[in-house]
Design a protein around this ligand. Structure first.
Ligand code: SIN
Ligand code: FE
Length: 293
């Protein structure tokens, strides 16, 4: 199966007919990326200036925005200038919300908003630890943010203004990833989820599902042979394009690119149309037990 479903639509108000909406849900849930080659997120000159790499806190790799708490982070720009960045984030959140509602109306009542990020630092050669190195293929799983029943649905827009594409690798389907890496994982220690939460290491108790997802994430990134030999496809997302993907199931890596906007949405996996395709369902089947109690 092709990894991309390419759709037309060159503005953020585009409406989609019912058959396209169904095609889009099927594609996403089956691990495809929905790709809009001409859906451009524009930045003003001032916004471009304020999102230059020199204004990114060197301890972070992104500038981020929490749309629920109205909170901006990761930037070194002045208090006066922060309002312009906030406006930029609000615009991206509302435009991507509209896109998702038009394209995936069956998800709309169940979606919650996650963070928004702006990634002005060149992805190639960005220094980080192996586990944080997103140039290695992985499925998304985060140590401090357990997902439990939620899926991670992300919208990305390449905002580079020098013609530079965002270059990704897309790896094997989640079923194959899980079959290879789940047998290498270990069960959590009794009580460890609650200990992590009590010590404030996680924002909520880590489910057994999250425990396994994190290990799969780490084991994929740390396995050099797997990184070199597994089946993958290179995709170049040009400036002015947008794409949507379930990053908790689609194995991905960013090879290069600078300036990207990203909006995260969460969907309870039991609101998917094909629940059995959720990583939660696939791992529970492999583990032969309930992982979300
Ligand atoms: C990632 O989600 O792993 C990185 C994607 C990107 O920054 O292009
Ligand atoms: Fe990722």
């Amino acid at each position: 199966m092709d990894n991309l479903l390419t759709l037309g639509g060159d503005d953020w108000q585009t409406e989609f007919d019912a058959s396209l909406q169904q095609q889009a849900v099927d594609a996403l849930e089956n691990g495809q990326v929905i790709y809009f080659p001409k859906l451009c997120f524009e930045l003003s000159d001032l916004e471009r200036h304020l999102s230059a790499p020199r204004y990114v806190d060197p301890k972070r790799k992104n500038i981020h925005w929490d749309p629920i708490k109205n909170k901006l982070g990761g930037t070194l720009c002045s208090w006066e200038d922060r309002q312009y960045l906030e406006q930029l984030f609000k615009r991206y959140t509302s435009q991507t919300e509209r896109l998702i509602c038009h394209l995936l109306p069956s998800y709309e009542p169940h979606l919650t908003l996650g963070r928004t990020s702006l990634r002005p630092v060149e992805a190639k050669g960005r220094r980080s630890s192996a586990k944080k190195d997103d140039t290695r293929l992985h499925v998304d799983a985060f140590p401090a943010t357990p997902m439990a029943k939620k899926r991670i649905l992300r919208v990305f827009s390449n905002t580079n203004h020098e013609g530079q594409p965002r270059v990704w690798h897309i790896g094997e389907p989640f079923q194959q990833v899980a079959e290879q890496f789940f047998p290498k994982t270990r069960a959590p220690f009794l009580g460890s989820q609650f200990l992590l939460n009590t010590l404030n290491i996680t924002k909520s108790p880590r489910s057994v599902y999250d425990h396994y997802m994190l290990q799969i994430h780490d084991k994929m990134k740390l396995n050099r042979q797997y990184q070199q030999t597994c089946e993958k496809m290179q995709v170049k997302f040009p400036p002015g394009s947008t794409w949507i993907v379930y990053t908790d199931a689609v194995s991905h890596a960013v090879l290069s690119g600078q300036h990207l906007m990203e909006q995260t949405f969460y969907l309870p996996f039991n609101k998917m149309q094909h629940i059995d395709l959720a990583p939660q369902s696939i791992l529970q089947k492999l583990a032969k037990r309930e992982l979300l109690l």
